[in-house]
Write a protein that binds this ligand. Structure first.
Ligand code: SF4
Length: 347
């Protein structure tokens, strides 16, 4: 379901802008209808009150949590089943973050990613994206949403932008705490700047060598690293948020001195932070993670060369941590629904 369609139904049921905002707020916060100071009966028109049970039932049916996988680092990986039986992954991160999926599968085909191995199955609708946030909020507060789960958000722009606009308004997520993560698509750079809610941008760089990038990310738009950084820098200056460059560290592939020199050449003086993420092994690939010492050495060298660098480990690595691994494993196991507690029970 698209959020547009939900808004149309609310409008047809007699909702004005304030009524619509309240319904969207309750849904995206996973709150019951009677929360807040004013009772629904005194706030909503009777035609809307009559229509709400069916609308709420449709929203509740969008997605449910199929399984929960706690990580040793405080994260929780959620396998979320959509109404048609497809599954996506969301990850509750420590300190109020949530990573959501924007597609079932992905067409970019990154060589080191499990999701990329199966191709694109379907788009995740804007309401299904918000449903992932609502499900996560039934478990913990969520103050930051990153679009770094399954899928390339730039390949599902209309749905992702609709979800971002709702989350940045009725969903009460600060705009710089909405992070659109992309391999770099000129359409996304352009559209995001025009939006009412402008998210922060994470850009998957992974190498400074154009030819290697074409091999690692075979179906990413054919922009050179220089062109990508130039586009991203324009976005950073326009929004006032630094770009978060993502770099999956692969032993013997992109962890050499030549790449360090390339990064210094490309990113010196840019408004950005570089997140280096040591590769998390997946079955069926020949890639390996560099040693911990090598990862630390790279980060230290870049910091000495005045590139703001953070060494990060992807959340919940001890529980099939790579994007797409839970889903792949679940395809081989029978369904088990996780009972969802009502918001009222948690209060
Ligand atoms: S890393 Fe991201 S863009 Fe690349 S295949 Fe995986 S989900 Fe798609």
């Amino acid at each position: 379901m698209r959020i547009q369609e939900l808004k149309r139904r609310l409008h047809e049921a007699g909702a004005g802008p304030l009524h619509e905002h309240r319904v969207l707020r309750l849904w995206s916060h996973a709150l019951p209808r009677n929360s807040g100071r004013r009772l629904p009966e005194s706030f909503f028109p009777s035609s809307l009150l009559a229509a709400l049970p069916a609308i709420e039932a449709d929203l509740a049916a969008l997605a449910h949590i199929r399984s929960v996988h706690p990580g040793a680092d405080g994260s929780e990986r959620l396998l979320v089943a959509l109404a048609d039986g497809q599954t996506v992954e969301s990850v509750l991160l420590p300190r109020g973050g949530l990573c959501v999926s924007s597609q079932v599968g992905c067409a970019v085909g990154c060589q080191f990613c499990m999701t990329g191995q199966g191709g694109l199955l379907r788009q995740v609708g804007s309401a299904e994206i918000v449903a992932q946030v609502a499900l996560a909020r039934q478990r913990r507060p969520v103050r930051k949403v990153v679009f770094m789960g399954m899928g390339e958000p730039a390949h599902n722009l209309d749905n992702v932008i609709e979800a971002i606009e709702l989350l940045g308004t009725a969903g009460d997520i600060g705009h710089k705490n909405l992070v659109f993560s992309t391999v770099g698509d000129p359409r996304a750079f352009e559209r995001l700047q025009q939006g009412r809610v402008k998210p922060a941008l994470a850009l998957s760089l992974h190498t400074t060598r154009a030819e290697l990038r074409r091999r690692l990310l075979p179906r990413a738009p054919n922009l050179t690293p220089e062109e990508l950084v130039a586009e991203a820098e324009r976005y950073a200056r326009a929004t006032g948020y630094p770009i978060q460059y993502q770099w999956t560290l692969l032993e013997g592939i992109n962890d050499g001195e030549d790449e360090i020199e390339g990064i210094v050449r490309l990113l010196s003086g840019k408004y950005c932070v570089l997140n280096m993420i040591p590769f998390n092994s997946i079955d069926g690939t020949d890639f390996h993670r560099p040693s911990f010492e090598r990862c630390k050495q790279i980060a230290r060298t870049l910091l000495d060369r005045r590139i703001l660098t953070k060494l990060r480990y992807s959340a919940g690595q001890d529980v099939d941590g790579g994007c797409g691994q839970l889903r792949a494993r679940a395809a081989q196991t029978p369904e088990m629904r996780v009972p969802i507690r009502l918001a009222a029970e948690r209060a």
